[in-house]
Write a protein that binds this ligand. Structure first.
Ligand SMILES: [Fe+2]
Length: 229
């Protein structure tokens, strides 16, 4: 198992592990390392990925510098939204996590990570995303998930592959709030979308997010339409 490293925005690194046996065309599992005075890793991946992800991250920096999230690093603290800390992380984390309020900024020193509570988007009550304000990078978690091993970054279409994957897997629990939550993200006008599975997107991301919001609104309406007999 090998993890590729690509810089997708200034000092923001995509650590991509491709698992060919997952899904119809294989699946990338992407973690994102934000290099700053207090470096942050946006999700660690499954336990089986730790050796490959750690080795890749160590190519970017001394792992002892990691300050946030990667709990394998000796001086790092897990940071999560307040609800997630309350309902499971306080119980399961070997060290006390740092609970972040909605819209709270974690000043990393040279980079600023804003926590955004996004309940049930992409899934679970405690869901939330991170927006790095300096580079305009939105870490989208499972939003825009798509299969295969595409380029690290694209300025092209990610909506087509993402909607195909949503139709195949049905991984998002669509609610009346889904579209509105994603439109709130579009209001940030991100310049990079750091996607957990598939290519990251570089360019004007607000229209892409608006398009995704519209897709889920349509899906909800179709699901709610009365059956015709
Ligand atoms: Fe994921």
């Amino acid at each position: 198992m090998e993890t590729r490293v690509d810089e997708i925005a200034e000092r923001i690194y995509r650590l991509s592990t491709f698992l060919p046996a997952v899904g119809p065309k294989g699946f990338t599992f992407n973690q994102f390392l934000v290099d700053a005075d207090e470096p942050l890793l946006f999700h660690c991946g499954q336990r089986a990925l730790y050796p490959a992800v750690s080795t890749a991250a160590a190519r970017v920096m001394d792992l002892r510098r990691l300050r946030w999230i990667l709990d394998a690093a000796p001086s790092a603290t897990v940071a999560h939204g307040a609800i997630g800390c309350a309902i499971w992380l306080n119980d399961q984390s070997p060290r006390p996590p740092r609970a972040l309020a909605n819209d709270e900024v974690l000043d990393l020193g040279g980079r600023r990570g804003r926590r955004l509570d996004t309940p049930h988007v992409p899934h679970c009550w405690d869901a939330g995303l991170l927006y790095e304000e300096t580079t305009g990078t939105l870490f989208t978690s499972d939003l825009f998930t798509h299969v295969g091993d595409p380029a690290a970054v694209t300025g092209g279409d990610i909506m087509g592959p993402a909607t195909a994957a949503e139709k195949h897997f049905g991984f998002t629990g669509v609610t009346p709030a889904t579209g509105a939550t994603i439109r709130r993200l579009a209001g940030l006008a991100p310049r990079t979308l750091a996607v957990m599975h598939g290519s990251s997107f570089s360019g004007a991301a607000a229209p892409v997010l608006e398009s995704l919001a519209g897709f889920y609104d349509d899906l909800l309406q179709k699901g709610a339409a009365p059956a015709r007999g």
